[in-house]
Write a protein that binds this ligand. Structure first.
Ligand SMILES: Nc1ncnc2c1ncn2[C@@H]1O[C@H](COP(=O)(O)OP(=O)(O)OP(=O)(O)O)[C@@H](O)[C@H]1O
Ligand SMILES: [Mg+2]
Length: 440
C-alpha cells in the first residue's frame, strides 16, 4: 500500500491534508512570503539552538532584512553571509515541518499533552466542528513507512469506532496529517489505574472488584465482536471522575509484536512485561480472549496485593517468571484479601489458557459472587488437589485449618477439609503400602 497516496473513499484512510507545507527551496516564494514573520523567528531560534549561529550573528542578519527593500528572506541572507550551508538549512526546515505536523491536526486544536507511552504521545484537543474535548494519540512516525501497520491501523480504527459500550473509550476518528497518523478518541477526565496505584498503593478490595467487573464487561463486548485487546494493564484502564471505568486502546493496531512491546518497556516502573500472558510471550500465532483475562488477572493482582505478580530486574526475567514461576497467592501478600477474590485472581493467572475462565462472562459471574460475599462458581475446585495433599503429607503435624475452606499455595481454590483429610490419608496409605511391597 502506498501510504503517501491513500484512497479517498469514505472507507479508506483520510488523504494527506497538505497542512505540512512542502519544504521551500532556498529563497523561493514560500520563504519570501514568510519573511519577517514567525517563520524567520522559529528558523532563527532553531539555528541558534543547534549552534549554527550566535545570537549576535542572527541579530545582524535580521537587521539586514529590515534595512533592505524589497526585504530578502532570512535563508538568503544566511547563505549570502555563508553562515549556514544549503544542506544545513534543509535539515532545519524538515525539523520545523515535523514539529508543525505533530502539533497540527486539521479540525482539532491541540491544547496540551496528556501523557506518553512507550510508543505514542496523547494530547488533549478540542474538536472544532463539534466543540468537544477529545484525546488524540499520535502514532510514531517510524510506522509511517510500514504499509502493513498503516493498513491495520485504519482497519482496526474503523472497526473500533463501531463499539458502543460505556466501558470502552470510544474511537472517533483515524487520520493522517503529513506523515503523521493519528487516532482520535473520547477524552476521559480522570486518571489511569496505574496513576491510582502510584498515588495510593493498594486499591481496596471492593473497589478493585468493581473496576475489574467493568473491564470484564468491556471485554465481553469486545470479544463478542472478535476483538482481543492484547495489552490489558493498569495504564490502559481509566477511571473517570464520574466513577465509570473505561478500557483504552482497544482496537488500536500495534506496530510490534507483544514481546517487542514488552521489551520496549524495559526499565519502566510499570511496564507491559508485568501483565503479558505466557502465550503472548511464546509468540503464539493464535492469541485468544484468554490472553486478555490473564492481563486483567495480573492487573487485579497488582491492585489488591500492591505489587505485580511477577517481578524481575529485566523484562526477560519477568517474562520467564510468567512462563515458569509459581504464583505467590495474592492473599499471602495481602492477608486481608477474601479467599474468593484470591481464587478468582489465581484462576485468571493460570499459565495454561485452557485453565482460565472460559470467557469474560464466566469472570463476571465469579465477580458478582465474590462481591456478594459468596464463593466464586468457576474459580472453585480448579486447584491442584495433588499439590494440596502432598503439602499436607509433607507436614503431617500441621493441624487442619479452622476455616471451612482451605486454600492451596499454588492452585488457589477451596476444597473441604474432609476431602483434604481423605486425600491425605489415602496418599499416606498408598505410601505405606508401597514401602511394604518394596521391602518384600
Ligand atoms: N482517552 C484518553 N483520555 C485521557 N487520557 C488518556 C487517554 N488515552 C491515554 N491517555 C493518557 O495518555 C497516557 C499515554 O497513553 P498511551 O496509550 O500512549 O500509553 P500507555 O498506555 O500509558 O503506555 P503504552 O505505550 O505502554 O501503551 C496514558 O497513560 C493516559 O494518562
Ligand atoms: Mg494506552
Amino acid at each position: 500500500m502506498d501510504t503517501s497516496t491513500p484512497a479517498t473513499s469514505p472507507d479508506e484512510p483520510v488523504p494527506p491534508t497538505g497542512d505540512a507545507a512542502p519544504t521551500p527551496r532556498n529563497g523561493d516564494a514560500s520563504d519570501r512570503s514568510r519573511s519577517g514573520t514567525g517563520y524567520d523567528t522559529v528558523l532563527g531560534r532553531l539555528l541558534v539552538e543547534r549552534g549554527f549561529l550566535s545570537i549576535e550573528e542572527l541579530q545582524d542578519c535580521l537587521r539586514q532584512l529590515a534595512a533592505r527593500t524589497p526585504p530578502p528572506t532570512l535563508p538568503e541572507v544566511l547563505l549570502h553571509e555563508r553562515l549556514v550551508t544549503e544542506r544545513q538549512l534543509q535539515r532545519i526546515r524538515s525539523e520545523m515541518e515535523t514539529d508543525r505536523a505533530s502539533q497540527h491536526i486539521p479540525g482539532y486544536r491541540i491544547i496540551k499533552k496528556l501523557g506518553a507511552g512507550a510508543m505514542a504521545t496523547v494530547y488533549l484537543a478540542k474538536q472544532i466542528s463539534l466543540d468537544r474535548m477529545v484525546a488524540i494519540k499520535l502514532m510514531p512516525r517510524r510506522f509511517s513507512s510500514d504499509a502493513k501497520f498503516i493498513e491495520r491501523f485504519y482497519r482496526e480504527g474503523r472497526a473500533a469506532a463501531k463499539f458502543n459500550d460505556q466501558n470502552i473509550v470510544a474511537a472517533y476518528d483515524v487520520g493522517q496529517s503529513g506523515d503523521q497518523h493519528y487516532f482520535v478518541m473520547e477524552f476521559v477526565d480522570g486518571e489511569t489505574v496505574h496513576d491510582r496505584i502510584t498515588r495510593s498503593g493498594r486499591i481496596p478490595e471492593r473497589e478493585a472488584i468493581e473496576i475489574v467487573r467493568q473491564v470484564a464487561s468491556a471485554l465481553k463486548h469486545a470479544h463478542s465482536q472478535g476483538f482481543i485487546h492484547r495489552d490489558i494493564k493498569p495504564k490502559n484502564i481509566m477511571l473517570s471522575k464520574g466513577g465509570v471505568v473505561k478500557l483504552a486502546d482497544l482496537g488500536l493496531a500495534r506496530g510490534v509484536s507483544d514481546r517487542e512491546a514488552a521489551e520496549a518497556e524495559a526499565g519502566k516502573a510499570y511496564g507491559t512485561p508485568y501483565y503479558i500472558s505466557p502465550e503472548q510471550i511464546r509468540g503464539l500465532r493464535e492469541i485468544g480472549p484468554a490472553a486478555d483475562l490473564y492481563g486483567l488477572g495480573a492487573t487485579f493482582y497488582h491492585m489488591v496485593a500492591g505489587r505485580v505478580p511477577f517481578s524481575g530486574k529485566t523484562p526477560n526475567e519477568v517474562m520467564n517468571r510468567h512462563l515458569k514461576s509459581e504464583l505467590t497467592p495474592p492473599d499471602h501478600v495481602n492477608p486481608q484479601l477474601s479467599s474468593g477474590t484470591a481464587q478468582v485472581i489465581e484462576m485468571l493467572l493460570e499459565k495454561d489458557p485452557a485453565k482460565r475462565h472460559q470467557d469474560a462472562g464466566q469472570l463476571l459471574e465469579d465477580l458478582d459472587s465474590v462481591a456478594r460475599g459468596e464463593s466464586p462458581v468457576h474459580a472453585r475446585g480448579h486447584s491442584d488437589l495433588g499439590a494440596v495433599a502432598a503439602a499436607i503429607v509433607a507436614s503431617p503435624s500441621t493441624p487442619p485449618p479452622v476455616a471451612t475452606e482451605v486454600r492451596s499455595a499454588s492452585g488457589g481454590s477451596s476444597i473441604s477439609p474432609v476431602l483434604v483429610a481423605i486425600l491425605a490419608a489415602s496418599i499416606v496409605g498408598n505410601l505405606v503400602l508401597m514401602v511394604v511391597v518394596l521391602s518384600k
